[in-house]
Design a protein around this ligand. Structure first.
Ligand code: CP3
Length: 365
């Protein structure tokens, strides 16, 4: 009791939320929790908004994006709110048209395949993405007052990683099914060094400016999504992507916020991913938390990593899995509870809420 009172006093003193403190591996009174895709199609409140607006309309209208973000965070009573946006938004100011096709995911109409095309991509129009920053301001204002327990909610901004964004740009879409081999992307990577380097450089330039807008608007932390990094061998990740990702991580950290770096199917990639210097590595659900943390090293915090499909299980199974993850992380600071990938449509909302309650109850110290 004495210890948790001290932690609360420190929280108040520094103004840092337990979420931000956990990102920095500082002691917290209990494990912070939030969910990948916490505002999404499983949630009736989101679907009600979605009935009247397209995904891009929601993203590009700060009032609606903020409302969707806030509604999800409050309904679940989580410790962090991730701004409602999408990985592909920066494509528009770069000069790449795309759309979300129902059931297929994002489609880029003219995929990038040549150096000539890469040369035409713009990096000087990132200001067009300020609608995301305006939405973050609204969310930050809404959550500026401490909650009942004295803690403030963390605000998460985000962007894609160079590899994952290049994959969408070059393949053109439909890779969401996970059955893609990334042939076009790897062809450019292996055989057209000048095109690959220029593309990586342009993506990093745009993402740093975009992250800066988000931080200036009030994002406490930036999460970098490398959703398809698991399509790479460790050697190719190291040779073609690690340097660019490290540059992105370091330049965002220089803005003064912790960085969470998340990927999927990363068991073999974790040591290399932690070399980026990210403060937190997001673990996917396939990797046991304990071995995942060992692989990224003690100098990193970790986020994760319940299987999102476990949210369909009955109470005793859910409780068992939540407590196993908390136990594997116990005794050292730097764990943020989350899923090991996004909540899927059809997930019972009450089970998501129950996980928040379980984390709160089982991790209190
Ligand atoms: O609370 C939240 O996390 C919602 C905000 C959010 C969205 N996209 C809105 C969205 C976030 C953090 C993203 C990131 C994103 N976008 C990722 C990385 C996360 C991951 O899952 O690995 C990726 C790969 C994308 C690209 C993307 N956007 C795909 C592949 C799809 C289709 C997938 C599907 O389930 O249909 C989207 C569409 C999308 N972006 C939806 C949402 C809520 C669902 C579609 C909709 O509402 O119409």
């Amino acid at each position: 009791i004495v210890e948790s009172a001290a932690v609360t006093a420190v929280d108040r003193e520094t103004g840092a939320s337990r979420f931000v403190r956990a990102c920095l591996r500082q002691p917290v009174d209990r494990t912070p929790v939030w969910f990948l895709r916490q505002a999404g199609r499983y949630m009736p409140e989101y679907m009600a908004v979605r009935k009247h607006h397209s995904l891009l309309e929601i993203c590009r209208t700060p009032e609606i994006a903020a409302e969707v973000t806030i509604t999800a965070a409050e309904r679940l009573d989580v410790d962090a709110a991730i701004i409602f946006a999408d990985l592909l938004l920066p494509f528009t100011p770069m000069g790449l048209d795309f759309e979300f096709v129902a059931g297929e995911g994002p489609v880029v109409h003219t995929p990038v395949r040549t150096l000539e095309h890469v040369k035409t991509l713009r990096t000087d129009r990132v200001e067009e993405l300020q609608y995301v920053a305006r939405a973050i301001e609204k969310v930050a204002t809404h959550f500026s007052a401490p909650r009942a327990d004295g803690d403030t909610l963390g605000i998460i901004g985000f962007c894609g990683a160079p590899w994952t964004l290049a994959g969408y740009m070059i393949e053109g879409g439909k890779q969401g099914g996970g059955d893609r081999n990334y042939i076009e992307t790897k062809k450019m990577m292996y055989s057209d060094g000048p095109a690959w380097s220029l593309l990586m450089e342009k993506i990093v330039t745009v993402l740093v400016a975009y992250a800066q807008q988000q931080v200036e608007a009030g994002a406490d932390v930036i999460q970098i999504f490398d959703s398809w990094v698991g399509k790479l061998s460790v050697r190719d990740y190291r040779q073609y992507c690690l340097g660019w990702t490290t540059e992105l991580v370091q330049r965002i950290k220089a803005l003064g916020v912790p960085v969470i770096y998340f990927g999927v199917e990363t068991a073999s990639l974790l040591p290399a991913m932690s070399e980026t210097g990210a403060d937190v590595i997001g673990l996917d659900w396939r990797t046991p938390l304990e071995s995942g943390w060992k692989a990224v090293g003690a100098g990193c915090a970790v986020q994760g990593n319940l299987d999102p499909i476990a949210l369909f299980a009955q109470e005793d199974v859910l409780k068992q899995q939540v407590s196993e993850i908390l136990e594997a992380a116990a005794g050292r600071p730097g764990h943020i509870f989350n899923l090991g990938h996004g909540i899927v449509p059809g997930t019972p909302v009450e089970n998501v809420i129950h996980v928040v309650e379980l984390v709160r109850e089982l991790s209190a110290r």
